[in-house]
Design a protein around this ligand. Structure first.
Ligand code: ZN
Length: 263
């Protein structure tokens, strides 16, 4: 099962294909013509980065019935779209910065993330399926109090560091039959399956493409199963998706501006 990683190299981010305990380096990146460099590096010890820096992140709310009902919401008749800014993306191991000055209710949301691999404009679900590059894990970190107070979700979902992605892009999993879990400090908080998606992945991608053109590297978050809840500074949040791996991020108090060069 091919898995693509992006990692920190001596002269900048690099991409590679995981092969057992090693990574076969490719250049320049997988979203266009590329090829192997012949270099192989041990996977262990690599500083993995977010596997993609999207031009935009399009998200779907209330796409699992059990999660919609836990927050007292109905399942929508059509996909409920919102976006997160690309500046929110962090990679495996990077800290989620808790903006205590503005919120005191930050929640985890474990989600399957779709990585787009083609230019998709007003496509059918069948065309959408062909335009998907692969899948990674995401944490749609949300300031729940601000989400409820604001009535729309830009601020609650848009903080820097509120979109952990990784650790790898899996290119051939079945997106409708994978377990999606979230653990906080090792305790299972969410344990769902994409079998329970209200709107399936090709339907979502097609639906979004009726509104905005999706580009290679764009990311679609497919919603979260039941069990969302608070995280606090000092916690470690782990999103696990079968066939992709585990995305682990510590939570810290927000202290200083994020260094965009770290991505
Ligand atoms: Zn979400």
């Amino acid at each position: 099962m091919p898995r693509i990683v992006r990692f920190s190299g001596p002269t900048g981010p690099r991409y590679g294909i995981v092969e057992g305990t090693e990574v076969a380096v490719i250049e320049p990146h997988p979203f266009g013509p590329h090829g192997p460099t012949g270099e192989r590096v041990p996977l262990e010890g690599l500083q993995l980065l977010a596997p993609v820096i999207p031009s935009k992140i399009v998200c779907v709310g209330r796409n699992y019935a059990d999660h919609a009902s836990e927050l007292g919401n109905e399942v929508p008749a059509e996909p409920l779209l919102f976006t997160k800014p690309a500046t929110g993306v962090i990679g495996p191991g990077q800290a989620i910065q808790y903006p205590r000055d503005l919120t005191d209710e930050v929640h985890h949301e474990a989600e399957l993330a779709v990585v787009i691999g083609a230019i998709l404009s007003r496509v059918t679900p069948t065309e959408a399926r062909r335009g998907i590059y692969g899948f990674t894990a995401a944490n749609d970190v949300t300031a729940r109090d601000l989400q409820n107070r604001d009535g729309q979700w830009t601020r609650a979902k848009g903080f820097d560091t509120f979109c952990p992605l990784g650790p790898a892009i899996a290119t051939d999993i079945d997106p409708h039959d994978v377990g999606v879990r979230c653990l906080v400090n090792g305790e299972v908080r969410q344990d769902g399956s994409t079998r329970d998606l209200v709107f399936d992945v090709p339907t979502l991608v097609s639906y979004i493409s009726q509104v905005m053109t999706l580009l290679p590297t764009d990311v679609v978050l497919t919603g979260t199963p039941a069990g969302v809840g608070p995280v606090e500074p000092g916690d470690v949040v782990r999103v696990e998706i079968d066939g992709i791996g585990a995305l682990e991020n510590p939570v810290v108090e927000r202290s200083r501006p994020v260094d965009p060069a770290a991505n």
